[in-house]
Write a new protein. Structure first.
Lengths: 255, 94
């Protein structure tokens, strides 16, 4: 079997860029699509409204709560599993000088510590004196293809790795135009993200004649998650979902 | 995974794979085209809204002496191997 070569260019918990060599466009695209639509995440799907005296309809609150990313651990849950969460926030009392109290995603209390809001600072709604929001919510595990709120990857894509070669000097009277390039370039085996030189090759190679070429079967993935899992988890789960389907097909064919 | 054979000859198979979309089908097609003994591999899928045949139909043609169903099994195994190999390389770098 062919070997892949993976190298990280940038890495964080929620955002990373990595280069994969030796991968076919079909497989690269399969992994990208799987990251977006086939890796399940928890998201609030049903509300029981105890009190909503805020300025918004129950449905609007429901939509906002659904879009709050929830942490989704691997292997603990199956598709369709539910976790109950609750939110109870009240506006300021009439005596207080503050005008509003904001309900944040951090105010959501989960019945399962494995599944809780990935961020604590997402505003849900402002509450004025006398207003109150109390809801009980069921989060359900489902795929991104069912609803965008279940997508774990929010910005997932890839570009070819590009090779830059200096072929000579620019002519004395050549146009002094910027040469914009985005992504990651390879220069003598060194990987350089183009934002290091303002995405303009003339900043890095002034007055040079350049040849830029895509490197075959080398793709730089840029993956950003909504916080429900790390980039590494997302990639591994996406590849596993492809693997599982292939394995299932192989077994069905054998019968 | 539900399969329905639409047409079957020794060196040709046309099979419906229920519940899949481009994500898996294109990876599978790509892997099949890399395999020895396969002369043609393609799939056809209609959009969800079309109302008719919306499950993908995979068609494989093989060289003389290669059974098309065996070729499909090998192709699926190839995707498994690719995934394992990718995961290994990724986890080594991560």
């Amino acid at each position: 079997m062919q070997d892949y070569e993976v190298e990280f260019v940038e890495r964080g918990d929620r955002e990373a860029r990595f280069l994969v060599r030796g991968i076919t466009p079909a497989f690269a695209n399969g992994i990208r699509r799987a990251m977006i639509a086939d890796v399940p995440t928890f998201s609030i799907d049903q509300l029981r409204v105890v009190e909503n005296s805020s300025v918004m309809f129950d449905e609007q609150i429901g939509l906002r709560l659904g879009l709050v990313p929830l942490t989704t651990p691997e292997g603990e849950f199956e598709i369709g599993d539910e976790v109950t969460l609750a939110l109870d926030v009240e506006g300021p009392s009439r005596e207080e000088t503050t005008e509003t109290v904001t309900a944040y995603s951090g105010d959501i209390v989960s019945s399962d510590e494995l599944v809780r809001p990935a961020d604590d600072n997402i505003p849900i709604i402002d509450l004025k004196a006398g207003q109150r929001l109390e809801v009980e919510a069921d989060a359900v595990l489902d795929h991104g293809r069912e609803h965008a709120k279940h997508q774990g990857g929010v910005a997932v894509g890839y570009r070819h790795l590009q090779q830059v070669e200096v072929v000579g000097d620019k002519g004395e009277f050549a146009d002094d135009e910027p040469h914009i390039l985005r992504g990651v370039i390879e220069d003598d085996g060194e990987l350089i993200a183009t934002d290091e030189f303002d995405n303009d090759l003339t900043e890095r190679y002034p007055d040079k004649e350049l040849a830029v070429e895509d490197v075959p079967n080398a793709f730089v993935f840029h993956v950003e998650t909504d916080g429900s899992m790390t980039v590494e988890d997302l990639v591994v789960r996406a590849v596993d979902s492809l693997r599982d389907r292939a394995d299932e097909l192989r077994e069905s064919v054998q019968l | 995974m539900e399969l329905r054979v639409i047409e079957k000859e020794p060196t040709m198979i046309s099979i419906e794979i229920a519940g899949e979309d481009h994500t898996f089908m294109n990876v599978l097609k790509g892997a099949l085209l890399e395999s020895e003994g396969i002369t043609a591999a393609t799939y056809d899928v209609n959009p969800e809204q079309s109302g008719g045949q919306t499950d993908p139909v995979l068609t494989i043609k093989t060289e003389e002496g290669v059974d098309a169903l065996d070729a499909l099994e090998d192709g699926a195994q190839r995707v498994v191997d690719k995934s394992d190999s990718f995961r290994e390389a990724f986890e080594a770098a991560a």
